[in-house]
Design a protein around this ligand. Structure first.
Ligand code: IMP
Ligand code: MG
Length: 171
């Protein structure tokens, strides 16, 4: 039987997101940003973040497959649904649920740069440090967590638990 241990509470999630939203709003003051959510994990984070950013935002999504439904990354990323918006000369922020090995985010930064945006930054709800394999970085992140497999608030294990309002570690 899998056990869920609370790691980030509702209040902590809300606080982390409002701080990052404030930072983004001030870094791009007088501008506008395209938020590109990485499906499916980032859908709840993106919807809360977008509503707290005070400058105009545009929203698009991209979908990649890498995890094959388990805990282990396959290391091979493919785009299964690409962006639809024209991001040429736009300020883009990739919105990810979790930065783990960094393989996904490195791939996505390179992929999106091929559309010639003005800039590409990265934003992750969780910055998980233990298994980092690339020099991928989150320019913005809400919670630094060393290790553990996390679920809830969009994050899944084999498609379960995305609907939980808080973040838990799966034991
Ligand atoms: P990376 O390429 O190893 O950085 O992995 C990034 C992707 O792996 C994230 O977008 C998640 O979908 C998934 N992932 C990594 N760690 C976890 C976790 O603890 N819980 C759920 N998904 C995770
Ligand atoms: Mg993901």
């Amino acid at each position: 039987m899998q056990k869920l241990v609370s790691v980030v509470t509702k209040d902590e999630i809300a606080k982390g997101i409002s701080e990052v939203a404030r930072e983004i709003s001030s870094d791009y003051a007088d501008g506008e940003v395209v938020l590109i959510g990485v499906l499916k994990g980032a859908f709840i984070f993106l919807s809360d973040l977008a509503r707290l950013i005070s400058i105009p935002v545009f929203i698009d999504f991209i979908r990649v497959s890498s995890y094959n439904g388990g805990e282990q990354s396959s290391g091979k990323i493919t785009v299964t649904q690409d962006i639809e918006m024209d991001i040429k000369d736009k300020d883009v922020i990739i919105v990810e649920d979790i930065l783990d090995t960094g393989i996904t985010l490195s791939f996505l930064v390179d992929h999106l740069k091929s559309f010639q945006p003005k800039s590409v930054k990265t934003c992750a709800l969780i910055n998980k440090t233990e298994r980092r394999e690339t020099n991928a970085q989150a320019d913005y992140w809400c919670h630094l967590i060393e290790k553990g497999f996390l679920v809830g608030y969009g994050l899944d294990y084999a498609e379960r638990y995305r609907d939980l309002p808080e973040i838990y570690c799966l034991k």
